[in-house]
Design a protein around this ligand. Structure first.
Ligand SMILES: [Zn+2]
Length: 388
């Protein structure tokens, strides 16, 4: 099920509204910080106990619950990495989250308007809805969400979306970026009859090669070298070390953002090319390794990179899943067990067959090791058909 994120700027919000949101954001951040401290002092605290300590904070009760949930998940995450991570502190300028029950869109006087619970109101009324700025793209998706019908005359119309199943509203968030307030929300929909049988290509992810897509039936493959990315990663990792020594948190944050933007862009390009490759090979299935449950990621990234770049793998997965579904392809996950040691030709699994970037088997088969792994992945049975 593909998920889209739609971002809409608020249309000329009044000063009063902006103040209201700023106050709400500050209170939300405070609630998160209070909740996570309660959790630290007493990890056994029940939800109701945490909610009681948040009661004096000026927030709609639904946001107090969101703050508690966010704090608890951040706490759990910190517990797992206490050695490497400092105790989490929520920023003042945090995004305010709303679960799918708590935000509403409607058209009113020619405007698309947003309603969210705020601290000063009991009920949402039409006057309290705020107008949003739209464009042809966002309007297409908003209309689809609100009416369940797609505008077939729109440039954004996608005939492979299944109109029989209503789109689903996801969570939303209100946030300010560079002085502009936005509301963004998630929207998911179903595609028409996805194929679950047919030809598969395999995608191997790694360090030397960021990704290799291979089709054993034709012997063709597409390799995304890690050289350039490795170079950038090392550069960023060196910069990071320097900044950490200088304890320059602001610059560190900026660096992290920049690195993430670059990786997002690369993953977008790689995912797009893999989907195009699958199409030209006549494949209907893209298989990838299921890395979620894997304990040792040694093969995939170096120790120094592990925390920083592990998300890059899963980001590629998400982008691939999304682009594949739009192209009416299925992404399936397969077991990652010794994919790099198995021979794609005869099935022998031998560690010594892999030497550096070469794979050589006693059956006579030899190939680039990552290409071999992509063939092996393509041949494995799926362990699940859905990604995400
Ligand atoms: Zn062999």
């Amino acid at each position: 099920m593909p998920i889209l994120s739609i971002k809409l700027p608020l249309f000329e919000p009044t000063h009063a509204k902006i103040h209201l949101y700023e106050d709400m954001r500050a209170s939300f951040s405070e609630a998160c910080n209070v909740a996570i401290r309660v959790k630290r002092e007493n990890p056994e605290s029940k939800a109701s106990e945490i909610d009681r300590t948040l009661a004096p904070i000026q927030l709609p009760s639904t946001l107090r619950q969101e703050a508690r949930k966010l704090a608890c998940s951040r706490y759990a995450d910190w517990k797992k990495h206490t050695k490497t991570k400092g105790f989490p502190q929520f920023r003042q300028k945090i995004a305010i989250p709303f679960n799918n029950q708590n935000w509403h869109l409607r058209f009113d006087n020619g405007f698309l308007k947003l309603g969210v619970p705020t601290a000063d109101e009991g009920r949402l009324t039409v006057e309290k809805y705020v107008p949003l700025k739209t464009n042809a793209y966002t309007l297409f998706w908003v209309n689809y969400l609100l009416s369940g019908e797609m505008d077939e005359t729109s440039n954004y119309y996608n005939p492979s979306i299944n109109p029989a199943i209503q789109p689903k509203k996801g969570s939303g968030q209100l946030f300010c970026k560079k002085g502009t307030w936005y509301f963004s929300f998630a929207l998911s929909f179903e595609m028409k009859g996805s194929l679950t049988s047919g030809k598969a290509i395999g995608v191997d992810r790694g360090l030397k090669a960021i990704a290799v897509a291979g089709d054993q039936t034709t012997g063709e493959y597409l390799l995304f070298s890690g050289k350039r990315i490795g170079h950038v990663r090392r550069k960023f990792s060196n910069l990071r070390r320097t900044l950490m020594q200088k304890k320059n948190q602001k610059a560190l944050k900026r660096l992290k953002n920049k690195e993430q933007r670059i990786i997002h862009y690369w993953n977008h390009v790689i995912a797009k090319d893999i989907v195009a490759f699958a199409k030209t090979q006549g494949a209907s299935i893209i298989k990838i390794e299921d890395l979620k449950g894997i304990r040792s990621m040694k093969r995939y990234w170096k120790r120094s990179d592990r925390n920083v770049n592990s998300w890059a793998f899963f980001d590629l997965e998400t982008k691939l899943a999304y682009k594949a579904e739009l192209a009416e392809l299925v992404v399936q996950k397969v077991s990652p067990f010794k994919t790099s040691q198995e021979c794609a030709a005869c099935g022998t699994t031998l560690k010594t067959n892999r030497r550096g970037s070469r794979y050589t088997c006693s059956c006579g088969y030899r190939h680039n090791a990552d290409v071999n792994a992509s063939f092996v992945i393509a041949a494995r049975p799926p362990i699940s058909t859905a990604v995400n």
